[in-house]
Write a protein that binds this ligand. Structure first.
Ligand code: CP
Length: 300
């Protein structure tokens, strides 16, 4: 059994194995498992894509899915996260998927459970399955990562997507550049800051980030229109992108803020392809975590 908490714990071979498995799952119908497996989904923060793509992934694999509503659970009576997950393990869950507002929430769980934990996002920490689906989308487009210039733009300091993506993309040989308003820069991200003009003119992938309204209270005093004009992907900027360049965004999207409304579904946009890839990636991650091999499922 293997946890998936951050991508730093996976080597390149393991990342590649998950991407290859996921690509196979995009192309082929999967045979469901022939044993009863329960997946428990614990979401302590709102989610649409991650939560429901995990649930669809589990159902496609033939798992039984149980969803814990934090508001209706004994968490409300003061039960700890550890006691909650230990309870789910005891009553039969084979894997737990957790999204939590606290960065590194999983530190309290490591080594104390015999079932795998899959991190579905921890505060401003990490979002490993988002990064894997982003990698799959880039690989489908360019066939490799070596030398691909990926610009990550926006609310960097509050973004778990940026933290996960910068580290892994660099390890895979991509040339990562970042851009954000000064107030949202993050000195822990080891990539060069560049202007929006440089992003637009040189990037192969323009990856926009959502402004995390729930993690801070304002737009540095700017209006949404100001932010869009200075840091957003406007219609005028899109025209200056390289002909082959693509647009990505983890979503949910603030239309008209990070990206012009009319660009969300334009021919360069891979935003909905990312979401579709999310199901295959989460199936592959569940198979990785539960080590479901050919006796179970995986052909390698
Ligand atoms: N991209 C992403 O994590 O979306 P959700 O918050 O809707 O899961």
């Amino acid at each position: 059994m293997k946890n998936l908490l951050t991508l730093s714990e996976l080597d390149i071979r393991e990342i590649d194995r998950i991407l290859v498995d996921a690509q196979g799952l995009v192309e082929e119908k999967v045979e469901p498992v022939n044993e009863q497996l329960f997946a428990a989904n614990l979401f302590f923060e709102p989610s649409t894509r991650t939560r429901f793509s995990f649930e669809i992934a589990q159902k496609k694999l033939g798992f039984e899915t149980v969803n814990m509503e934090a508001q209706a659970s004994s968490i409300q009576k003061g039960e700890s996260l550890y006691d909650t997950v230990k309870t789910l393990e005891t009553i039969g869950a084979n894997v737990v998927v957790i999204r939590h507002p606290d960065r590194g929430y999983y530190e309290h769980l490591i080594g104390k459970l015999s079932i795998p934990i899959i991190n579905a996002g921890d505060g401003a920490g990490h979002h490993p399955t988002q990064t894997l689906l982003d990698l799959l989308t880039i690989k489908q487009e360019f066939g490799c990562f070596e030398g691909i210039k990926v610009a990550i733009v926006g609310d960097l300091s509050h973004s778990r997507v940026a933290r996960s993506n910068v580290e892994v993309l660099q390890r895979l040989g991509a040339n990562v550049i970042i851009s954000s308003p000064v107030d949202w820069q993050d000195k822990t991200l080891n990539a060069p800051y560049v202007s929006m003009d440089e992003v637009i003119e040189t990037a192969d992938v323009v990856m926009l980030l959502r402004i995390q309204h729930e993690r801070h209270s304002n737009l540095m005093g700017n209006t949404k229109e100001d932010y869009h004009r200075e840091f957003g992907l406007t219609v005028d900027r899109e025209v200056k992108m390289q002909p082959h360049a693509i647009i990505m965004h983890p979503a949910p999207i603030n239309r008209g803020v990070e990206i012009a409304d009319e660009l969300v579904e334009c021919s360069r946009s891979r935003i909905f392809k990312q979401m579709k890839n999310g199901v295959a990636i989460r199936m592959a991650v569940l198979r990785y975590a539960l080590e479901l091999t050919k006796g179970g499922l995986i052909k390698c």
